[in-house]
Design a protein around this ligand. Structure first.
Ligand SMILES: [Zn+2]
Length: 438
């Protein structure tokens, strides 16, 4: 991802958390002979780990619980009623499962929005699994005081903690669930938290859903009785929400005016093609945004609207969807899509000085992929195969923050079987709680 260069017969030297050298294997072997643990990646492809910029990690607990429904019915009749019963431990276990699935598919960073509770939470799950993450607390108008306390605790306990593995974010759920006054207040909260805990290198960003469906303006009108003549982005801009540290997930129902404002304010985008297709929300005008020079990254969305955390699937879908929609096979070429899943994701999370590419001085967040597979054969172009043919199971070894978190498909940080057993237990518990309530 560094000026799209492929180094053949290459090697990477890592010290502690950092990439300290990159070059030909023969040169690096001479320079770093003794005292260095070696991973033999001969014949393998090493990439910067994927950066999944929109997740609700704990929701893996509801994977496959309710499918094939309209978004509002899915949320109101199925997801929200069962989510009410989730304990801090449940959230932790769900996020742990997503962290393991993510790592096993070559993802090294995920941006997740969920409910933060003090003892067990998504931050602890990511830390235990060794996955880098931006952990948010999702805010709603109906629980302002609780949200503000959660944000304070989250920032104090987790921002830049675990050797810099964890960042935190302020997450207004959406413009139709967060009233205009609260939106403005959350801008102030983010500012204050940044003054206290943030820095230029590690800012506390804002992660929110915007323009996921065509009827969003109608929903805002209905909820807060406000007219939005100039569209969603003009509205958010009038509240002072938009700046370069805002990542807007979905961005499906956008007008040209919206796109102009996003460009002007340098708002970042998380494109979630599989979730948008599955929930029939529509198709985001990604080629248009890219043409305007807007940073567009890729996300899976939660494992219950996707239903995986697999970034290979998301890359392929993003690459082919816009070609078909626009009857133009030259749109979204593989190189660009791979950038969206790595370096553009880093930019979208305001973390590009540390992650997103294999560069000296950056953190060692790497995935080693084994191309000795029938579906990789013959190998004309690594980049083409990474986007159009590779599977999560082709990822062999993953390094995050200089630490091997998966080696030869085995997690080193935790016991995968135990995590899955615990998820089944939590699932049964949730179902019986729901049953008792009925
Ligand atoms: Zn979402």
């Amino acid at each position: 991802m560094h000026d799209r260069k492929i180094i053949r017969h290459g090697a990477i030297a890592i010290e502690d958390r950092d990439i300290i050298d990159i070059g030909k294997t023969s040169d690096l072997k001479r320079k770093y002979g003794r005292g260095y643990e070696k991973i033999d990646a001969k014949g393998k492809i090493v990439i910067p780990g994927f950066i999944n910029t929109h997740q609700h990690a704990a929701m893996s607990l509801l994977r496959g619980y309710a499918d094939d429904l309209p978004l509002q019915e899915w949320l109101e009749k199925w997801i929200w009623p069962i989510e009410k019963h989730m304990s801090a431990h449940d959230i932790y276990v769900g996020a742990l499962l997503t962290a393991v699935e993510s790592i096993m598919g070559g993802t090294t960073t995920a941006n997740t929005m969920y409910h933060y509770l003090p003892n067990e939470n998504e931050a602890k799950a990511f830390a235990d699994a060794g996955l880098r993450g931006v952990i948010g607390h999702v805010c709603f108008s109906w629980r302002k005081e609780k949200d503000k306390q959660a944000l304070q605790d989250l920032a104090k306990n987790w921002h830049t903690k675990i050797d810099g593995l964890i960042h935190i974010s302020v997450d207004p759920h959406a413009p139709y669930t967060v009233d205009p006054e609260y939106m403005k207040e959350l801008v102030e909260v983010r500012k204050e938290l940044n003054e206290k805990y943030g820095s230029k290198e590690a800012p506390i960003i804002c992660h929110t859903h915007v323009a996921e469906t065509d009827d969003e303006l109608k929903k805002i009108r209905k909820a807060f009785n406000i007219q939005l003549e100039n569209g969603i982005m003009a509205y958010l801009d009038s509240l002072g929400v938009l700046d370069e540290q805002v990542i807007a997930a979905h961005c499906v129902a956008l007008t040209d005016r919206d796109i102009r404002i996003m460009k002007k304010k340098n708002v970042k985008v998380s494109h979630n093609p599989i979730s948008n297709l599955k929930l029939a929300s529509g198709i985001s005008p990604v080629p248009k945004m890219l043409k305007e020079g807007i940073t567009v990254s890729l996300g899976t969305d939660s494992p219950c609207s996707n239903n995986t955390a697999n970034m290979f699937e998301t890359m392929k879908t993003a690459a082919i969807l816009h070609k078909g929609m626009n009857r133009n096979p030259t749109l979204m070429p593989a190189e660009q899509v791979l950038e969206m899943a790595t370096i553009e994701g880093a930019k979208a999370l305001s973390w590009e000085n540390e992650i997103g590419s294999i560069d000296v001085g950056k953190k060692a967040d790497l995935a080693i992929i084994n191309p000795k597979m029938p579906h990789f054969c013959p190998l004309f172009s690594e980049i083409s195969h990474l986007v159009y043919v590779a599977k999560a199971s082709d990822v062999e070894t993953v390094i995050i923050n200089g630490k091997i978190v998966m080696e030869k498909r085995k997690m080193t940080t935790l016991n995968t079987e135990k995590v899955m057993d615990e998820v089944e237990k939590v699932k049964s518990n949730l179902l019986s709680k729901l049953e008792r309530q009925r």
